[in-house]
Structure formats: C-alpha cells, structure tokens
Design a binder for this molecule. Structure first.
Ligand SMILES: [Zn+2]
Length: 390
C-alpha cells in the first residue's frame, strides 16, 4: 500500500471512532466496515449489499480492502452518520418501522430506498401510502385449505377500525373483517417461503387466525405493513389517551419471540409425543400441525414467576416416549407441560425465550387473556372468575 493510501485508510479508521459512525447508518449493527462515498455514511457489510441495489445514488467501498482517494475521505469527514441522519430522516413518522440488523432483507432494503432513493422522510406527501388512514389494493393471499395464492382485494380503513379483504373483485361483502385492535403483522420470509411474505393475525371468536400474504413489489408490501402500524398507532392513541408515545410504539406490531418444531404430549402425558410447530407470541405459546395453519391447535398461557410459572430443562423420569432427547418442562399453577427439542441448542434457545416472559411481571390486562382454548392454562386469579361465569 502506498503511503498516501495508507494515510487515507488511517483517516477513515479515525472517523469510525467519531460519534454516530460506530454503528451502521441503516440498521444499527456495530462496527461498520463499509461506507457509501456518495452519501457519506458508514454501513455494515449486509447493508452495503443493499446500497448496491441503488448504485445510481450510492457507491460503496470497503474501508479496509478498497483504495480511497483524499477527496473521498474529505467527503466522508464532511458528512458521517449523524449529519446524514439529520438530513435523510427529518420526518420519519413515529409509527414507521425502523429495521435493525435482526430484521429481514425486505424491511432493510425498503428503509434504505425510502431514505436515499425515494426521499420519503423529507416530504409528508411522499408518506401518503401509509399515512392517509385508508389503503386499498391487491395482495396474493394463501388459500386456507389448498395453500394456493390468489389475488385478493384488501382495504384498510382507520375510520372503520378494520382491515378487510374480498374474495371476488366485485364482491360487496368482505370475506373477513379484521379489527385493528387485534391485528398483528410480522414479516416471515422463511416460513412463508417468499422474501415478501407477511403473516397477519387477528382474533376471530377469541381464537388467533393467521393469514399469509405477499406482493411482488417490495415497496407495496412494506407500505401495507406501515399502514397497519399507522392504524394501530392511531387506535392506541384514542384507546390510551395521554399514554407516552414510547409506551405505544412497542404495541403496534410484534415479532415472535421464537418459532420452531418441538414434540409435545397431551394433558395425561400418556398419549405419546407429537411433533408440532410452536410460536411464542408474547405470553401465548401456540402450536400448529403445519407452520402455515390458519388456526392454532391449542395454546398455553405463560405467566410470570410471581404466579408460579417456571421452566426447567429435562422431563420427569417416568417419561420415555419422546423421540427427541432434549426435554423442557413448563410448570404452571395448573399442570406441567412437557416438550422435547431435537438439539441441545434448540432446547437452550426455547428455554431462553420462555424465561423472557416468565421473568417479566404480568400486567393487569394480561390476566384477561384468551380463555377459549382447552389447552389454555390460566393464571390462578382467573379460575375463580371462570367458575362464576360458567
Ligand atoms: Zn446495516
């Protein structure tokens, strides 16, 4: 390396220690090793790949491996992550989902395009597709029984407080009406098997109903996602007047704490272990025969340690008919739930997910959980209530 090149590299390394430059400008990942020398931002390797998709705007180089000219380094010195953020993220709506390095490629790519290519956060008009309170369009929806994707018209209306879809393009009556207060949306590219796959859930007669949708255009799909978040945000602002925005934002949409296969037994522990797909959604542990089932076969409410919930590695010694060897016992005030994982790593990560909710004290509204499932274990306070009701 020539002395000039080495000097420039050293200047870049010093810049990385500056405020804001120690994490990726787009996803927050620590220690970025790439930079866009046309936008003046330091980014992680993964986001640098997404910048290559907007090569007309952003040109990226490796800080360590590529040669840098003095003028390029001077430009990086004059901008940097904090200045770029102040410029490109001037008016990001509170409800808008800001992806992190844990999020799927689609969310990160559309965030990068929204910021630098479409410049959505410099003008309110460009935010219409998710800010208007009404959105209408077609999405590919997976058929509940045959798994075939068919084009369906969706309408989101904040005024009506609903998201609905129609089976026939000219149908007057919607096939389903999903109340905004119970809707959740989470991107599930791996499970759905398409990069733009979105799982939408809502409560139907007290059961969680799943639908799976996508749109070929990534912007369309992320606009739908943010429009749902906007509707939830405005609903929550009315439902909880005066609540700080920071309390409402985590409630707009939830990603699942963990998903995957485990084996389970029935309540008597004598029916043999069956392999099922499990989803840990906040305090609801739901299980499905197929990961893309419309409804859960059952669910277990996971309370907190104050309410006598515990999770232990292993199974009681009398239990033997599990095929998978890495057992987990969840003790609830009502009964024990037994599970088996295929690998030790899986067992550890499920226990860690259960611990997150067990360690967290329960909120008053969490006592009013779903009471519809036969498999549901309820916190002790609720048993007396149920005896009165039924
Ligand atoms: Zn990044």
């Amino acid at each position: 390396m020539t002395p000039a090149r080495e000097r420039n590299r050293q200047r870049l390394m010093r810049l990385l220690e500056g405020s804001g430059n120690g994490s990726c400008a787009d996803c927050g990942a620590a220690d970025p090793e790439w930079a866009s020398y046309t936008l003046g931002v330091f980014v992680c390797q993964s986001c640098s790949g997404l910048h290559r998709n907007i090569a007309q705007i952003s040109k990226v180089k490796s800080i360590l491996l590529d040669p840098w000219s003095s003028s390029e380094v001077e430009f990086m010195e004059s901008v940097g992550n904090n200045t770029a953020k102040a410029k490109n993220e001037q008016i990001v709506p509170a409800f808008y989902y800001r992806p992190t390095y844990n999020d799927c490629t689609l969310l990160r790519e559309q965030w990068i395009r929204a910021k630098y290519e479409r410049r959505e956060f410099l003008s309110l008009e460009r935010q219409e597709p998710y800010s208007a309170g009404y959105r209408e369009g077609f999405l590919w929806k997976r058929g509940r029984d045959n798994g075939q994707y068919l084009s369906r018209k969706f309408i989101l209306s904040e005024r009506e407080g609903v998201l609905k879809y129609f089976n026939k393009h000219d149908a007057r009556e919607p096939k389903a009406i999903m109340k905004i207060h119970s809707v959740n949306a989470t991107f599930q590219p791996t499970k759905i098997g398409t990069a733009h796959g979105l799982q939408i859930t809502y409560l139907k007669e007290n059961s969680t109903r799943n639908i799976f949708v996508y749109h070929e255009d990534g912007k369309e799909m992320v606009d739908w996602f943010n429009a749902i978040r906007a509707a939830r945000f405005h609903y929550l602002q009315v439902a909880f007047p005066g609540a700080p925005i920071s309390d409402l934002l985590p409630k707009l949409t939830r990603n699942y704490l963990k998903e995957g296969f485990m084996e389970k037994t029935g309540p008597k522990h004598t029916e043999g272990f069956k392999k099922r797909w499990f989803t840990m959604d906040d305090r609801r542990l739901m299980y499905f025969k197929d990961p893309l089932d419309a409804y859960a076969r059952g669910e277990v409410f996971i309370g907190s340690k104050e309410n006598s919930y515990t999770v232990l590695p292993g199974l009681p010694p009398s239990i033997q008919d599990n095929h998978w060897q890495f057992g987990i016992t969840i003790v609830t005030p009502d009964r024990k739930f037994l599970f088996a994982c295929e690998t030790e790593e899986d067992q550890k990560s499920w226990i860690a997910a259960f611990q997150i909710v067990i360690q967290r004290p329960m909120l008053p509204q969490e006592y009013a959980g779903n009471r519809s499932s036969h498999y549901l274990a309820l916190p002790p306070l609720y048993f007396s209530l149920i005896y009165i009701v039924f």
